[in-house]
Design a protein around this ligand. Structure first.
Ligand SMILES: [Zn+2]
Length: 253
């Protein structure tokens, strides 16, 4: 039984940290150096069919921010690390996000491009038919534009239920990535949990994550479930509205 550590990032900023999930470039560089120090080798979703051992790490970037190409890819290449970029197709070409040309450039650099849905709506709030439509649209667009298969899906806002899982599998996604901060027992199915690295993640915290410190991870899980409970109380739609408003406003500044 192997543990696979999956880390989840969003945008990386040079100086002004507009989005609460954005991390500073120097900090990202520091994180990457620590990952290398631990002798991890990185995999992307195209390696998931192969044998994976404890030394593997999966790095992913959600949403498709322009910093994926302009900052993240450069630092990753410098340190010879692979990564998966999950793009939201309706965001492509809008302010703060990559254009299709830039997504293609990222692919040409060897990176793995997969789906983060079309609309970024919380999928569990939609009907099965709507989920299927949304996921199909994103998958088809990426496959047509890039000419490479989309087999992995990162769930917007980590929103998941049985309907979402069924729709994801039905539309040809083999691997589903959540936002639950847990380790993955690799032999258990095709759902992968990811630990969110955000603005207030300190290098010391990352070091704890990299040694899979159980106490730290448990604390992160508790925080995640509390946030989820709050979301459930105020209804996911309202939560998402505020989250998106905050996010868009900041990114567009
Ligand atoms: Zn997202």
């Amino acid at each position: 039984m192997n543990n696979l550590l999956c880390l989840m990032f969003h945008s990386i900023d040079k100086d002004n940290l507009a989005h609460r999930y954005a991390i500073a470039e120097h900090l990202f560089d520091e994180f990457v150096k620590n990952i290398k120090k631990k002798s991890y080798y990185s995999i992307d979703t195209r390696d998931l069919n192969n044998n994976i051992d404890n030394a593997a790490i999966h790095l992913s970037f959600d949403d498709g921010a322009v910093s994926d190409l302009e900052i993240a890819s450069k630092i990753l290449l410098k340190h010879k690390l692979k990564a998966t970029f999950f793009v939201t197709t309706s965001y492509i070409g809008t302010p703060g996000y990559m254009t299709w040309g830039q997504v293609q450039e990222l692919k040409q650099k060897g990176f793995d491009i997969q789906s983060h849905s079309h609309s970024h709506k919380l999928l569990a709030t939609l009907s099965k038919k709507e989920i299927v439509q949304d996921l199909k649209m994103a998958k088809n667009m990426i496959e047509q534009k890039l000419g490479s298969p989309v087999e992995a899906l990162s769930l917007p806002g980590g929103s998941i239920n049985r309907k979402v899982l069924e729709a994801a599998l039905q539309t040809g996604h083999k691997y589903i990535f959540t936002s639950v901060p847990k380790l993955n027992i690799f032999s258990q199915g095709n759902v992968f949990h990811r630990i969110l690295i955000k603005q207030n993640t300190k290098v010391d915290n990352l070091k704890k994550i990299l040694v899979m410190d159980e106490r730290y991870l448990k604390k992160e899980q508790n925080k995640y479930y509390i946030r989820k409970a709050i979301k459930a109380i105020i209804t996911p739609k309202i939560y998402h509205y505020f989250w998106k408003k905050y996010y868009k406003d900041k990114v567009n500044n």
